[in-house]
Design a protein around this ligand. Structure first.
Ligand code: ATP
Ligand code: MG
Length: 254
């Protein structure tokens, strides 16, 4: 199982949108995926299921609570999700007050989820983590435990200027930085084209070839609770998530 966190400490850049669309693309390839919604906003939970289950927050602060209780199946046979509730926002101080070693143990429970023989026997090929835009003890521990971190960014001077902060966070966590990709790219806007060049010269190989365009297909599909490929699979927006998924697989060595 390979665990991948979608993270940027900036909000609204496309972490959830990417987790949703990449998971669905992986499922189309026949891979099994466990999505973990770590964000108290519970956006990906609401996308994947009508009845999110509580339990993840308590599993993070209590030894005897297993994250499995928050696992839900989805209408995609190959995708399950551990759902978030707003309680995740309130346990951060309690989690932060735990010894670092205990914090890792609690987070490990989530990552070892698919290895437990007594849990229904399902092994997942990938774990995709929808991260909140926060930097705290919980997000740091999750990033440190993940195999790879991928960073969606929205092109803008402030975002580009903020990249060293994100890469610094990732390197402090000791996790592999899989790559950074531009989201909401407008190819007809010379400023976006210039900023994409800037991103590539700043990040070198860590800047991904994949670019997700600004697209109503992407925005509307989420509002209809379907992926871009399910909504309009002939569009470049849908194709961009296919390419992103292929590039992620390449970068994680699959
Ligand atoms: N490429 C795109 N084209 C058009 N709309 C997009 C695109 N990517 C994301 N959006 C829209 O932008 C909004 C924010 O995206 P999303 O929720 O994925 O960001 P996020 O990084 O998860 O935000 P947060 O930090 O709050 O968790 C959503 O309404 C989403 O539908
Ligand atoms: Mg989100």
């Amino acid at each position: 199982m390979i665990s991948i966190a979608m993270y940027n400490n900036k909000g609204g850049v496309g972490k959830t949108t990417s987790v949703i669309n990449v998971s669905q693309q992986l499922a189309l390839k026949g891979k099994t995926v466990l999505v973990v919604d770590l964000d108290g906003q519970a956006n990906s939970s609401r996308f994947f299921t009508d009845s999110p289950k509580p339990g993840l927050a308590q599993a993070l602060v209590k030894d005897m609570v297993a994250p499995e209780i928050a696992k839900c199946s989805t209408r995609y046979p190959n995708i399950d999700i551990i759902t978030a509730t707003s309680e995740l926002n309130t346990i951060i101080p309690e989690f932060g007050a735990l010894d670092e070693e205990v914090q890792y143990k609690r987070v490990e429970k989530i990552f070892s989820f698919s290895e437990k023989p007594w849990y229904g026997g399902r092994k997942y090929d990938y774990m995709l983590i929808d991260m909140p835009p926060a930097l705290n003890a919980l997000t740091k521990t999750i990033l440190s435990t993940s195999d790879y971190v991928f960073v969606p960014i929205e092109l803008g001077l402030f975002s580009i200027q903020g990249i060293p902060t994100v890469t610094d966070i990732i390197s402090r966590c000791g996790t592999k930085f899989g790559g950074c990709f531009a989201n909401r790219f407008d190819k007809d806007n010379p400023s976006d084209v210039q900023l994409l060049d800037m991103l590539r010269s700043n990040l070198g190989k860590k800047a991904m070839d994949s670019v997700i365009p600004y697209s109503r297909v992407i925005k509307n599909s989420i509002n209809f609770s379907v992926s871009a490929a399910e909504y309009m699979n002939w569009t470049s927006a849908s194709d961009s998530f296919k390419k992103l998924t292929d590039e992620i697989l390449e970068r994680v060595g699959e």
